[in-house]
Structures are given as C-alpha cells and as structure tokens.
Design a protein around this ligand. Structure first.
Ligand code: HEM
Length: 510
C-alpha cells in the first residue's frame, strides 16, 4: 500500500466533484454506501470514497482483515475505495465458491482486468479465454516438466550457497530476503526464460535491473489503485502506465528475441517455460487474433497460443514467482532461527534421508518433516494474503446473497489465524501438519495456493524450488538469530506478506 500516499489528493476531490455533480453519480454513491446493508451483510460503515483504505494505510491489510473478521464474523461487506468487496473466511462458503460452484465464480474481479497487455495473462483473462489459457499452460507445470527443470534449479543453488558464504563472511548478519530474492530471480530467469543470471554477484545485469524495476512496481500499481478508488472512471486511467514502461519494453524485447532464437533452433534441449509455451503456439494464431469477441474454448484451441499471450504469461510468471517464493524462504529461515529444536529435527531428517546427496525433485518431496515446516510457515506467513472471484450472476451461497459482479475476496491470512481451525494460531507448530494430525485439518482452512480449478498454477514449481533451497542451505549452514533480528518481524502493509524491514540472521557454517 506504499502507493497509497502517492495518490494525488486532487483525484479524490475530482471524484467527489464528479460524483455529486450529476444525479446518476449521486444516486450511485448513495446506493454504494447502502449496498451491503440492503443485502443484510454485516460490515463497517464505509468512509465515503475511501472505505477501509485509511485502516489499511494505518495498520496494514493483514491486520485490518483480521480485525474485521473478529468483529463481524466470517463474511464481511467492505469497500476498497469505492469498490465493494465481500470478504469471506468461512471454509464451507470458500469450498462452494472455489470448487462446487466454480462455473458461477470463474473470473477474477473486474478491478484486475481492463489492463491491456496483461488481459492475455492467465491470472487476468476471463471465461472461455481463461479456460483456454489455463488448459494450454497447465501441462507446462506438470510434475514431469517441473522435474526436468531440476538441473536448472541446481545451478542456481550453487550460486545461492556461494553468495551466502560471501555475505556471511566474518560472522556478518545476512538479510535473508535479499539473499533468497536473488536466488528466486535466478531460478525464474532460467526456468522461465532460459536466461542464466547471477543476480547477487551481477546486480547490474540488464535482465536483473529490469526485473527488479518491474517487480518493484508490481501489478498493484497506481493504476489499479485508482481503479479501485474510482471504479466508474477506469477508462480515464488507461494511459497511466501499469508498471515501469522501460522495464516492460525491455522484457517484451528480451522475450521476443528468445522466441525468435528458439524458433530457429532445432535443439530439443530447452526445458524452460517459454519453450513449452512456444511449443503450444500455432503458426496461424497471430493472424487470427483480430476479432476475438464471442470466441469460445474450441475456437481458441484451434488458434493455439499467440505471441502476445506468450509474452504476457512469461511476464506474469516472473511477477507471480518472485516475491511469493522469496518471502516463503525468508520466513522459513526466520522460523527455524527462532525455533532451534525444529531446525535440529529438520537437519537430522535431511542428513538421514539424503546422506549429503544433492537435493533433487525425487528426494525433497519425500522429506516429511520438511513438508510440515514449509506448510506451517505458509500458514503463519501466507505470501498471498488474499485472492478473489467475481459472481457471474445474482446468486446465494450458504445463505449469503451475492449480486452479479460482486468481488468475493477470500482472506487467506484470516482463515489461517482462525482459532477454531488453528488453536493458538500465532504459535509456530509444524506438528499441526504431521501425518497423525493432518486428518483433523478442516478442509478449505489452509489455502496458501488457493483452491479449485483456478488455484496457483506454479505451486509445484514454487514448492520444488523452495524445498531444494532449504535443503541446500541446511546442508551447509544453521540459521541463527542476530542482534538485528526483529522478533517477530514487522510485516509490510500490502497484499503480499513481506518483512517490512528485512530479516537479518547469522549463518553458522556446518
Ligand atoms: C510460494 C509461492 C507462491 C504462492 C504462495 C502463490 C500463491 C498463489 C495464490 C494464492 C493464487 C490465487 C489462487 C486462487 O485464486 O485460487 C495464485 C495464482 C497464480 N499463481 Fe501463484 N503462488 C506462488 C508461486 C507461483 C509461481 C512460482 C508461479 C509461476 C511460475 C505462479 C503463478 C501463478 C499464476 C499464473 C496464478 C493465476 C492462476 C489462474 O488465475 O488461473 N505462482 N498463486
């Protein structure tokens, strides 16, 4: 939400003026405020034009959500700016929306669309277009394809250990988000684009510089924020760049040149995401993208992936993979440093099962305690705190009336902290996920990667990469708190769970 403070105040006045300057807007504004009351949905009285934004700016999204759910229950009507959002944490309702009645809630909320270029990305595309993209891209993330990426990840692991050694030389504390951020960037560059970089040692590499620029703006930029504040006026925001335009152009050019090279090449050695997408491209597709209105799944399938779709999805994979996976790794290292007994147990498991062998796809997924530690970290620090769906028609779910077009947001962090499903929720306790206890977990109360047909497409890649990195680190180091370690770490205010001031730890060489 750092962008919040940058919203020019004149926009707010402009909105107020425009809203009250004609009857339609005035009626709309009044209607907005009574929107949830008329549906019988509890929630805070909306602050005109801002909704819960002041609270988010003050205490962060995660804390605001937690308090709302504690005060109003498992479904709450709120306004993000002027945009109504139904926040839900009831596992039964979540199951209905994400799985059982998926056909009524296929799309993401409107606020995340209307973004040319990204409208071809799988996380944004609606309806039949989404169905086509998802079914075309899913095989790219199959276990076989991900297993083939292991050698690419292994090469990045070598750089990770070397960088960790250099950074911790002389007993210095290491900022873990930067260390793991560099590693995850190296991984996504090689598994996504087939480009080898060493972001820690060569921070000036143009690919690294532009990736960082692109990711610092991220998809929740000023443009999205304005669209949420003033949903009726999205059309006026189309000229505001979504992200650093130069960084975007750089990636478009870089991806295009990789695509050109690959199309000329006869080698079938490439195992990265871009190659897998090129394989799903059909020659005629670029000529048939003009008139897409009303296209159904079958006609999309006939035309194959277009260059624009390959570009948009390559970029989305980069954005979706970076902060999420590096935050997961950062919080695992923190949780292990402050729970040395858990770290001992994990190191013993790794030593016993791997006997100093390198981490691979086949051995890391067999480590039971590692899986428990990763899951518990994802519960306490879910990298994505919220995700949403949009109702395609007026409907009712678990007795709650949901009008067509309403943004239904699943509040992952609040579900993960619900004491009814997770006793003593702030306690880090991997035993919750032990084989004996796993069966007691309430279905749909653990959602780090979402659920149903539109869950995270990159889950397997993220888990492979994270688990390989944890094993590699614990074969070489022990995580220990340093005088600078913030306990517990202060979290950023936005939708991604990130440490606000970094996580500083000592790495004791084993
Ligand atoms: C720890 C790492 C990650 C976490 C916690 C995470 C979490 C999530 C969540 C919560 C969603 C929304 C799911 C839903 O709506 O049900 C999502 C969607 C998505 N994720 Fe991830 N993600 C991670 C890593 C990745 C990676 C590595 C990639 C790609 C390389 C990726 C690509 C995507 C895409 C494309 C979507 C949209 C899927 C769709 O709309 O069909 N994510 N992720």
């Amino acid at each position: 939400m750092e962008t919040l403070v940058k919203v020019p105040i004149c926009w707010i006045y402009l909105e107020m003026f425009t809203q009250f300057s004609d009857l339609r807007s005035y009626k709309y504004s009044v209607y907005k405020q009574s929107y949830f009351w008329s549906l019988g949905i509890p929630g805070p009285t909306p602050i005109p034009f801002l909704g819960i934004i002041p609270s988010i700016a003050k205490m962060g999204l995660k804390e605001t959500d937690l308090r709302l759910m504690q005060k109003y229950g498992r479904h709450v009507g709120t306004f993000f700016g002027n945009l109504p959002q139904l926040l839900i944490t009831d596992p039964e309702m979540i199951k209905e929306i994400l799985v059982r009645r998926f056909s009524e809630f296929t799309n993401r909320a409107q606020s995340f669309r209307n973004v040319e270029f990204f409208d071809s990305a799988v996380n944004v595309a609606p309806g039949e277009h989404w169905k086509f993209l998802r079914s075309t891209l899913s095989p790219t993330f199959s276990s076989g394809k991900i297993r083939n990426m292991t050698p690419l990840i292994s090469r990045c692991l070598e750089k990770l250990t070397r960088n960790a050694r250099n950074m911790s030389e002389g007993g210095k504390s290491v900022e873990m988000k930067s260390l793991f951020g560099a590693f995850t960037l190296d991984v996504i560059c090689s598994t996504g684009f087939g480009i080898e970089v060493d972001s820690q040692s060569n921070p000036e590499d143009p690919f690294v510089v532009n990736a960082r620029k692109a990711m610092s703006a991220s998809i929740i930029g000023i443009r999205i924020l304005l669209s949420m504040l003033f949903p009726d006026f999205q059309i006026f925001f189309r000229n505001i760049p979504l992200m650093d335009q130069k960084a975007l152009d750089f990636f478009i050019e870089a991806t295009k040149s990789v695509m050109q090279e690959r199309r000329k090449s006869t080698s079938d050695n490439y195992k990265d995401l871009i190659q897998l997408m090129i394989n799903a491209h059909k020659e005629q597709s670029d000529k048939t993208t003009e008139n897409e209105e009303g296209m159904n799944y079958e006609s999309y399938k006939k035309r194959g992936l277009t260059d624009r779709e390959i570009l948009a999805n390559a970029l989305i994979f980069l954005l979706a993979a970076f902060d999420t996976t590096s935050s997961l790794l950062t919080f695992v290292s923190y949780c292990l440093a402050v729970n040395q007994d858990v770290q001992d147990k994990l190191i013993s498991e790794i030593d016993k099962e791997l006997c100093k062998k390198q981490p691979t796809y086949d051995n890391v997924f067999k480590l039971q305690y590692l899986d428990m530690v990763v899951n518990e970290t994802l519960r306490i620090y879910p990298p994505a705190t919220r995700f949403n769906r949009e109702a395609s028609a007026d409907t009712e779910v678990c007795g709650v009336k949901i009008p067509k077009g309403l943004d239904v947001t699943v509040v992952v962090s609040a579900v993960h902290y619900d004491p009814e499903f997770w006793p003593n929720p702030r306690k880090f306790d991997p035993e919750r996920f032990s084989p004996e206890n796993k069966g007691n977990i309430k279905p749909f109360s653990f959602l780090p990667f979402g659920a149903g047909p539109r869950n995270c497409i990159g889950m397997r890649l993220a888990l492979l990469e994270a688990k390989m990195a944890i094993v590699e680190m614990l074969q070489n180091f022990r995580f220990v708190t340093a005088p600078e370690t913030e306990i517990p770490p202060k979290l950023g205010k936005g939708a991604l769970t990130k440490p606000a001031n970094g996580v500083y730890l000592k790495l004791e060489a084993l």
